[in-house]
Ligand binder design. Structure first.
Ligand SMILES: Nc1ncnc2c1ncn2[C@@H]1O[C@H](COP(=O)(O)OP(=O)(O)O)[C@@H](O)[C@H]1O
Ligand SMILES: [Mg+2]
Length: 330
């Protein structure tokens, strides 16, 4: 029997109905995460990264959203079979799957102390008594490198800097010993130094809590040092996937190539010239019948417009691309 993945998403499609038009934010994507893995989901803003993650947890507002099709098999059970408002999915969200979002101010409750918020999570998901939960909350805050945890636990979110708030979000996310952490743009609102610190903490937490981590980011540079595998998303689809080495050393989709040229990496010397990808991502409510990257593509040919967007094809090992261009050809 083939070993099963911790999370396996199959053919997930999510749409939003806005006015008269239908926006297909997620267009039949499939991906998986194994135990202990750090995986990156990368693509420009608006390509459906958040919508795909919110779909898996049934957090898409319905309407206007609608999960049209797909499965999200987590520990052998399809999360999309659960009632979106039911106990089962709630036990997964913030319990077995910990969530970290871009702007902690929107996910932390501004009128409750951070201690109270972590304690509530521990009481709800782990059924701890308040006294043990408070002790555990102090430990967690301390573990995140926040000084004076015993005093700081009684502070409100606004009394912390952006980087410190993100540490608190991570503390909350790991508090219930999740099997999977989903971090959606965890460092986007932060300066470069703080970004690196938060990524280090995330990596340490993966080891300390023996969890898996999906880092969702528009910045390919962010995942270079941390992820083992990467999925590259464009206009609702996964256009390339592979190991970090596949993606960085042998990109086989012109979009991935464009992303690589356009972002700095945290692990390379400063000074490389950055070249942005020309043009803008397409309007997801009005997609061409052919490859949606065509208008911006450096390798495009007239033939690309005469066929549907290519399906993912195997390059080698775990490396797939949704482009027919032959990158080996000089
Ligand atoms: N709640 C929503 N209502 C309407 N449209 C939405 C909603 N959430 C996302 N979308 C649309 O879905 C597309 C993908 O958005 P999103 O998943 O947030 O992208 P990303 O996270 O990659 O930046 C966008 O076109 C966005 O406008
Ligand atoms: Mg997003």
């Amino acid at each position: 029997m083939a070993a099963s993945h911790l999370l396996e998403v199959k053919n997930l499609t999510t749409e939003f109905r806005i006015g008269g038009s239908v926006i297909r934010a997620v267009d039949g994507i499939s991906y998986y995460i194994d135990d202990g893995e750090i995986v990156g989901l990368v693509g420009e803003s608006g390509c459906g990264k958040s919508a795909s993650q919110l779909s898996v947890l049934q957090l898409i507002p319905m309407p206007p959203g609608n999960i049209v099709s797909g499965e999200a098999i987590f520990q052998g059970i399809d999360l999309l079979d659960f009632d979106p408002d039911g106990e089962q999915i709630r036990a997964v969200r913030g319990g077995k799957i910990g969530l970290i979002f871009q702007e902690p101010m929107t996910s932390l409750n501004p009128v409750l102390t951070i201690g109270r918020q972590i304690i509530e999570t521990l009481v709800l998901h782990l059924h701890m008594d308040r006294q043990s939960a408070r002790k555990r909350a102090v430990e967690l805050i301390d573990l995140m490198g926040i000084p004076d945890a015993k005093q700081r636990i009684d502070n409100y979110p606004h009394q912390f800097s952006g980087g410190m708030r993100q540490r608190i979000m991570i503390a909350m996310a790991v508090s219930c010993n999740p099997n999977l952490l989903i971090a959606d743009e965890p460092t986007t609102a932060l300066d470069v130094t703080t970004q690196a610190q938060i990524l280090e903490i995330l990596r340490n937490m993966v080891k300390a809590f023996n969890t898996s981590l999906l880092i969702v980011t528009h910045n390919l540079g962010v995942v270079a040092r941390y992820a083992q595998r990467i999925y590259v998303m464009y206009a609702g689809r996964i256009v390339e996937s592979g190991t970090v080495k596949d993606i960085f050393d042998n990109p086989c989709h012109p979009y991935t190539l464009g992303l690589l040229k356009s972002v700095p990496r945290l692990d390379e010397p400063k000074g490389r010239k950055l070249v942005p990808i020309v043009g803008l991502p397409p309007n997801l409510g009005n997609m061409p019948g052919y490859c949606a990257f065509w208008p911006r593509c450096s390798k495009r040919s007239p033939a690309c417009k005469k066929k549907p967007w290519p399906e993912l094809r195997l390059i080698s090992g775990q490396h797939y691309t949704a482009c027919d261009y032959d990158f080996d050809k000089k």
